[in-house]
Design a protein around this ligand. Structure first.
Ligand code: G1P
Length: 290
């Protein structure tokens, strides 16, 4: 039902300098996979097959990652390292990838608007790759697609955060429909400390209906002088319906060093070591293996 997933990926990743000086932050590895690949996996698991990536200057390695590398494949053909590429090969075969460059950084709303041509007049998902989300049974986007089928309106994923952290997020308030569903009546981008309407913070997973583009076009710069997606979604909430969903699973803020380390430890213990193919896939450590 929802085929497109948009990945705003033009940002500079300044919190990780100098690592991100010439490498996109979305390519930072968590164990042996770049961050953005976790997001693409989640989108594919949710039934999406069209990955629309909003890139910027210096981000060409993102495109290379989701493409064949004939030279490398030729080199490791028939060796014990070939299986290391199984997952990414499957992923590349299972989806198509389109790209557009955001020439100026004018905020998340502007980045999403830049992707308009790639997603067309369809409901679509948005993944902010530096929020890494994991859940054993069903990924967060798949959970949200289920809700979209029920409500047919914009859905945002939220989680409770400590009161002294609300200023880092978009924060929602509204009417509780159940323990994990809230009909949004208010949304504030990065409220000043002590002024947040609740402790429910938006995390980087959205399903947006295509009328969002018109709302973004009519949104004036907000917090930090940027076009904020939060402000555009609030207009949808005022006119119709927006649902906030307390998702099942864990989320790591990989845009921060602490969150990145936590994600790495978690994924190593719970995904990498649990993989039944791990012996086959584990990168050979012997030096002669190259
Ligand atoms: C963006 C959004 C914010 C949201 C956050 C989730 O902020 O603007 O509403 O809570 O992502 O990670 P950023 O972290 O890009 O500043």
């Amino acid at each position: 039902m929802i085929k497109h997933c948009l990945f705003p990926a033009a940002g500079y990743g300044t919190r990780f300098l100098p690592a991100t000086k010439s490498m996109p932050k979305e390519m930072m590895p968590v164990v042996n996979k770049p961050l953005i690949e976790y997001g693409v996996d989640e989108a594919i698991q949710a039934g999406m097959n069209s990955m629309a990536i909003v890139t910027g200057r210096g981000k060409n390695s993102l495109m290379d990652h989701f493409d064949k590398n004939y030279e490398l494949e030729h080199q490791i053909n028939g060796t014990n390292k070939e299986t290391l590429l199984d997952d990414i090969r499957e992923l590349i075969d299972g989806a198509n990838f389109t790209y557009i460059r955001q020439r100026e950084m004018k905020g998340l709303g502007h980045a999403i608007l830049t992707g308009k041509e790639l997603v067309g007049d369809n409901p679509f998902a948005v993944v902010l790759a530096d929020d890494l989300c994991v859940n054993e049974d069903q990924g967060v986007l798949a959970q949200m697609v289920g809700l979209y089928k029920q409500f047919r309106c914009t859905i945002v994923a939220v989680e409770e955060v400590p009161a002294d952290e609300t200023h880092k997020y978009g924060v929602i308030a509204g009417e509780h429909l159940s323990d994990d569903l809230i009909r949004v009546t208010d949304m504030v981008e990065k409220p000043e400390p002590g002024t947040a309407p609740s402790n429910l913070a938006i995390i980087g997973r959205y399903i947006l209906t295509p009328d969002i583009f018109e709302h973004i076009e009519n949104t004036t710069p907000g917090k930090g002088g940027e076009i904020q997606i939060t402000d555009a979604i609030l207009k949808q909430a005022d006119e119709g319906c927006v649902i906030a969903y307390k998702f099942k699973g864990k989320r790591f803020d990989c845009g921060s060093v602490d969150g990145y380390i936590e994600a790495t430890n978690y994924c190593y213990q719970n995904l990498y070591l649990q993989d039944s193919q791990v012996e086959l896939k584990k990168a050979p450590t012997e030096k002669q293996d190259g």
